[in-house]
Ligand binder design. Structure first.
Ligand SMILES: Nc1ncnc2c1ncn2[C@@H]1O[C@H](COP(=O)(O)OP(=O)(O)OP(=O)(O)O)[C@@H](O)[C@H]1O
Ligand code: SF4
Ligand SMILES: [Mg+2]
Length: 329
């Protein structure tokens, strides 16, 4: 059991991928094995009924964290506890199905995550049947209708197929399907990134209403800082597999501390013309197979010192936020 009272408690979570060339090539070319460290000792908590968002540039490990949390990946190191239960031990046990019922994931591309040959009834009913929640045909039909109504779709739409819907409607179908098992924890990986801006807000509002109605807990991953500001209670900023800042949303946006967080915020287009010009994100994310020494952000950091090149900053709690930077004390 975990000592923490948090709903979700993640400690020192890591995921390494073996990206070595095939053995024969390695022997002929004299190459060593290669490990890619996608997630590197990440710790965080999520309180019940709240939303933690993760932001960061492409390749920083957001989706890998998401997949670790829902049990699609085994961690290389570290642990995830949900209400004191070690989820990876549970996924390996006879209780796995019960846990899968409580934790669901919503993916970025709704078309790719739904079976195109199934109609909406079959798609939304599948988890009900898989988990043995209902078996009576009439009851299943009624429950699918209720789930569709919850996400703002017409229950009569159950006979249609995914290609007959717009992107926003299709994402609503995947949300209805995810809700079928009455989960408590939803991991949402870029759930609105593939949608037109005009329908993003509708889907986000539905997700927020569902959170209030059902007390859902969310891990919400997005590139879009404006979206994150709208939906989250706290925000974690990731860089090359590590958390560099984690703070309440208002605080992160009004008073960002980490130089990388500031760089990301400077790049957001301003809604009103404040006279300040927008500064594009500077430089590129380094190759994760050959990360820079010390603070991995140092080649791009305007405040980098010699210490930063040698010593990796630990994530510390300072002034109510968590931050990993030598210049913030
Ligand atoms: N199955 C895998 N095998 C090998 N490397 C992987 C695998 N999955 C992810 N990676 C690598 O791990 C790193 C983190 O990838 P991840 O998909 O978690 O990033 P991300 O933050 O979700 O990026 P994006 O914003 O583009 O979705 C990347 O360097 C990626 O290439
Ligand atoms: S530790 Fe140094 S290089 Fe890293 S973000 Fe802080 S100031 Fe910049
Ligand atoms: Mg991703």
């Amino acid at each position: 059991m975990s000592a923490s009272a948090s709903f979700i408690d993640v400690q020192d979570l890591s995921k390494h991928f073996d990206v070595s060339a095939p053995l024969l090539n390695r022997l002929i070319e004299g190459k060593a094995k290669q490990n890619l460290i996608a997630v590197d000792g990440v710790s965080f908590q999520i309180e019940r009924g709240t939303t933690l968002a993760f932001v960061g540039e492409s390749g920083c490990g957001k989706s890998t964290v998401a997949k670790l949390l829902v049990g699609l990946y085994e961690p290389t190191d570290g642990s995830v506890h949900m209400q004191g239960v070690d989820v990876h031990a549970c996924y390996r046990s006879a209780q796995a199905l019960q846990l899968r019922r409580r934790v669901q994931m919503i993916f970025q591309d709704p078309y790719a995550s739904l079976n195109p040959r199934w109609n909406v009834q079959d798609i939304v009913a599948e988890p009900l049947l898989e988990h043995g929640l209902l078996s009576d045909v009439k009851e299943v039909e009624q429950r699918v209708g209720e789930l569709l109504s919850q996400v703002g779709l017409n229950p009569l739409d159950r006979v249609k197929f995914p290609h007959q819907f717009s992107g926003g409607q299709t994402q609503r179908i995947s949300i209805a399907r995810a809700l079928a098992t009455q989960p408590e924890f939803l991991v949402c990986d870029e759930p609105t990134s593939a949608l037109d801006v005009s329908v993003q807000a509708q889907v986000l509002n539905i997700m927020q209403d569902l959170q209030t109605q059902h007390g859902l807990t969310y891990l919400f991953i997005s590139h879009n800082l404006a979206v994150v500001r709208h939906v989250s209670d706290r925000v974690g900023v990731m860089y090359l597999g590590r958390l560099v800042e984690l703070a309440p949303t208002d605080q992160l946006f009004s008073n960002p501390q980490h130089p990388y967080t500031r760089m990301l915020l400077e790049a957001i287009p301003k809604l009103r013309n404040t006279g300040r010009s927008r500064t594009p994100v500077q430089g590129d994310v380094p190759n994760p197979l050959n990360p820079p020494s010390g603070c991995t952000f140092h080649p791009r950091c305007p405040q980098a010192t010699d210490r930063c090149k040698q010593e990796r900053p630990a994530l510390q709690t300072i002034g109510g936020i968590q931050i990993a930077c030598h210049s913030v004390t």
